[in-house]
Design a protein around this ligand. Sequence first.
Ligand SMILES: O=C(O)CCC(=O)C(=O)O
Ligand SMILES: [Fe+2]
Length: 330
Amino acid sequence: MSKPFPVFDLAAFETADPQTIKTLGEDVDRICRETGFLAIGNHGVPQEIIDAAWGKAHEFFDLPADVKQQARAPYDGYPYGYLGPEKEALAKSRGEDTPPDLKESFNGGPLATPADVSDPDALSFCYADTIWPGDPDGFVDAWKTYYRSMEDLASRIMKVFAVALNLPDDYFESFIDEPISALRALNYPEQTLAPKAGQLRAGAHTDYGSLTILLPQAGSRGLEILSPEGDWIAVPPVPGAFVINIGDLMARWTNDRWVSTLHRVVNPPPDEGGMDRRQSFAFFHQPNWSASIECLESCRAEDGGAKYPPVLSGPYLMSKFQATTVPKAS
Ligand SMILES: O=C(O)CCC(=O)C(=O)O
Ligand SMILES: [Fe+2]
């Protein structure tokens, strides 16, 4: 029997007494050791901000393909702008060769470039311009407002994570004060044609950063996580809540105490009339470009060892992202 999907009450945590905070932190630690997926309710992000961004993304995906292409990423491996269907295979991030994912997406990076950034890779990759669409009207404002809300929510969740790891609640602050997070609106188009063998809406992958804040379409199906027992289990959208999951950098920070769980988005079953379109938002919170992600002292093995060498947040992200690009057919 699968356990009910855990929902964490963020406002309750933030206003609780020290003993309750500790207990809630222990709950989060347990969840992050088991699956690293939970829902965050009572998060305080205004519904109007969510609805506005969601609606504009929906209008954008409804545009004809040639109009969407006007906002396309200018070359393969460019991180932002519109990425049409079959342009990325997430399973390739793990070295698995699959047909490209069926999803299309619009991607946007940090809203500003800090004055002290000079690394050419940082400037040409994560601080590259977002290629904004001209249509629909109001898209950019709604997007930026949602992005800011996610940035703020992510830093509040990082405080919960610090407590869950028995660290001072501001422990991660200096690693995430110039975050290089990206927001991705995803659309899984209606499936009128049978997929190729092994082709999914989004192939099995782990996320790369510290944490992801997902907003799956209300009532939709398709998101699955690999359970510790090795079964694919459905993650249901939780009304009024965001689904969050930890990424690879959090697993590295904690020496795999916490798991960056494999997940995927499967095709709707054809025998249930399921060709349905599905939309989602994924906010990938990513520590500062040059933050060194190194095993936390409290997570080291008894002999002081760590499973992974330190990595820099930005270069790690860049290498993972570029591995998933589907090169143009020549
Ligand atoms: O659309 C979803 O529900 C999940 C998307 C996802 O896992 C991703 O983009 O990394
Ligand atoms: Fe993901």
